[in-house]
Design a protein around this ligand. Structure first.
Ligand code: ATP
Ligand code: MG
Length: 652
């Protein structure tokens, strides 16, 4: 194969390695033998993982696979809420803390034990039944990060209702379209939540959406902020209805393949999909991966995932995985800079957090704010650090490890999606010698590959399309109401393989590196160049905090690389910054990857889950009108960026 036919170029070389800490390795929950066991008998491996749960009835068939439709643990019955809550109380752990909840206003906190959670979930389940919600009904949940949010999810799971959580930052239009798509009959919400030091209303958005959704019968409203609300005849206060319910509720066992939830993807590519997950396989894989990837010791660890429960990370790694494992977790309501930029580290110090799971966008923001902020806090309790959501730039990984993890805590870069339900590719902190920027290996029981456009595995050193070759327990069971779109989106590109839409490379040791979305790949003079590698090269320059690159049509090279760069807080722009950065990239990756233009911008367009939306930058770079912006956090950012464009020019 000639160089120009390469599916995806492999340009970035990274030689740093971090061995697992000896003590962690010696006591690790999962050791290297898990890989051998799983490859010897994948289904037996997942059966053992499923046996960590409590089943009311054991399954008779581990996997039924009629591509692309999978059923796992067929014939098995279990109740997810029982597994996440009641069984820990029955085991004598009722006094154990399930959640340390920290509100945004300082001093506003609650401690919720497993016994408390059992009572709250039982009351909420009784309340849902009283509102006429039954098994299979859809419940839309639009809430701030308060304890009633996980309680609502668990109450739905307990009675077999299907929850559809809509992130509390979305507009009335977005909420309405998700209510309609799932045909929900109940909305659970709150008057508001605290954001950036002030109450932020949610109820008016719900009112606006529900006014156009006649199928909604009731709206259950938590009083959180105490702000004024308009009251309609569909509205019911949580404290009136839920608080008066019985604390007793018998959890009925549900089928392993009964639906658990619908969740819309975060919309980076612009068209959110209603991803459907079911019960037994989902809980098996979220619980197993949470135990393995974070090396969770339920008796001593304090675990904190900073995601919002409105995203899949919050579903799988705040609610279901950690609770199934009996973990003690922190939940934080607010933003990282309220009332000051050290708030996260203050929380780590207060609760002696041992495991932290966050996103590259947050890590890059902390880098931008400066090393001196985390240095003011005692974070010596931290022993494992996780990352999810985007490829982590090697420089951000090293910063995270050094400034948050005191150069001792391993970083686990976890690749997965709303569709996969649980972590798929990640190091194991007690086994893997980590490489900054690499997700390393598929977890035991997961069969992933990197293939070229013919579907053939690429050799070590090559790049291409990431695929999953075998079904996995937590996989999506479809797109709600649209089996054709399910087949078309994930199963039509390569025969028999699941195609997640991401590019990847396999390095000389056979380890995997995620290279961003294949839709974003840039074709420059016959070379397919990933956005991730160029962005990582830019971020490795000491003046750069964050970067996004896109390919724009170019008369000479087909496409040319246009870079949008945010400088670090203390960096001077200077007249020749563009030339300096272009040289820097050329040196790191070779002249082929040298950007045509560098635009210094104040912000980048991001989804509400914090991911960069490159397709909008491509529109700007090619002077087109903008595509769908409904999942964008702040649309005024695009004006700021467009203003920068005419002044930008190529330096040679
Ligand atoms: P949509 O599918 O609607 O465009 P989305 O893909 O952003 O939205 P999510 O399911 O929240 O919605 O995100 C999953 C995607 O995030 C992955 O397909 C991948 O592109 C990216 N991602 C997540 N974790 C990682 C990681 N550790 N490394 C690289 N990329 C990651
Ligand atoms: Mg996606």
């Amino acid at each position: 194969m000639t160089e120009s036919q390469e599916t995806l170029s492999n340009l970035l070389q990274e030689n740093r390695r971090f061995e697992p800490p000896a003590a962690l390795a010696a006591a690790a929950n999962v050791t290297a033998s898990a890989y051998t066991e799983a490859s010897a008998d994948r289904l037996a491996f997942w059966e053992t993982a499923a046996d960590r749960l409590t089943w009311a009835e054991r399954w008779h068939t581990t996997l039924e696979w009629e591509a692309p439709f999978a059923k796992w643990f067929v014939g098995g019955k279990l109740n997810i809420a029982y597994n996440c809550v009641d069984r820990h109380v029955e085991a004598g752990n009722g006094d154990k803390v399930a959640f340390y909840w920290e509100g945004e206003p300082e001093g506003d906190s609650r401690v919720i034990t497993y016994a408390d959670l059992q009572k709250e979930v039982s009351k909420a389940a009784n309340a849902l039944t009283a509102l006429g919600v039954g098994k299979g009904d859809r419940v839309a949940i639009y809430m701030p990060m308060i304890p009633e949010l996980p309680v609502s999810l668990l109450a739905c799971a307990r009675i077999g209702a299907i929850h559809s959580v809509v992130f509390g930052g979305f507009s009335a239009t977005a909420l309405k379209s998700r209510i309609d798509d799932a045909d929900a009959k109940l909305v659970i919400t709150a008057d508001g939540g605290f954001r950036r030091g002030a109450p932020s209303a949610l109820k008016p958005t719900v009112d606006e959406a529900v006014a156009q959704c006649p199928q909604i019968e009731k709206v259950l409203v938590v009083r959180r902020t105490g702000q004024d609300v308009t009251w309609t005849d569909k509205d019911v206060w949580w404290h009136d209805l839920v608080d008066s319910q019985s604390e007793q509720h018998t959890p009925e066992a549900h089928d392993a393949e009964d639906p658990l939830f619908i969740l819309y993807t975060s919309g980076t590519t612009g068209k959110p999909k209603g991803i459907l997950h079911t019960t037994g396989g989902y809980l098996t894989q979220t619980a197993w991966t949470h135990n393995a990837v974070f090396d969770l010791k339920p008796d001593t660890d304090i675990y904190w995932c900073t995601a919002d429960i409105g995203w899949v990370t919050g579903h799988s790694y705040i609610v279901y995985g950690p609770l199934a494992n009996g973990a003690s977790s922190v939940i934080y309501e607010g933003t990282p800079d309220t009332p000051h930029r050290g708030r996260f580290w203050e929380i780590v110090q207060k609760y002696q957090v041992t495991i932290l799971y966050t996103a590259p966008t947050a890590i890059r923001t902390f880098m931008k704010w400066g090393d001196d902020i985390p240095a003011k806090f005692d974070m010596s309790s931290l022993r494992v650090l996780g990352s999810v959501g985007e490829p982590i730039n090697p420089e951000a990984y090293v910063w995270y490890r050094e400034h948050i993890g005191a150069s001792k805590a391993p970083v686990v870069d976890t690749w997965w999606q709303t569709e996969t339900g649980a972590i798929m590719i990640s190091p194991l902190p007690g086994v893997t010698a980590g490489k900054p920027g690499a997700a390393m290996q598929p977890l035991p029981g997961i069969v992933a590959d990197v293939v070229d456009d013919q579907g053939k595995s690429v050799p070590n050193g090559g790049g291409g399309f990431l695929v999953i070759r075998e079904p996995w327990p937590a996989m999506l069971r479809g797109i709600w109401g649209d089996p054709e779109r399910y087949k078309e989106t994930y199963w039509s590109r390569f025969d028999g393989f699941y195609f997640p839409g991401d590019g990847a490379k396999r390095d000389d040791d056979g380890d995997l590196w995620l290279l961003g979305r294949v839709d974003d790949v840039m074709l420059v003079s016959g070379h397919n160049i990933s956005t991730t590698e160029v962005e990582s090269a830019l971020v490795s320059h000491p003046k750069v905090a964050e970067a996004a690159v896109v390919g724009a049509t170019d008369p000479v090279t087909g496409q040319a690389i246009v870079s949008f760069v945010i400088l670090r807080g203390n960096a001077e722009e200077g007249a020749d910054i563009g030339a300096e950065l272009r040289q820097h990239v050329a040196k790191a990756l070779g002249p082929i990857a040298k950007p045509r233009q560098i635009l210094i911008v104040p912000e980048l367009p991001k989804t509400r889950s914090g991911k960069i939306m490159r397709r909008l930058l491509r529109d700007v770079a090619e002077n087109r009108s903008l595509g769908d912006v409904t999942t964008l956090t702040d649309s005024s950012v695009m004006n700021l960026i467009s203003e920068k464009l005419p002044s930008a020019k190529s330096e040679d």
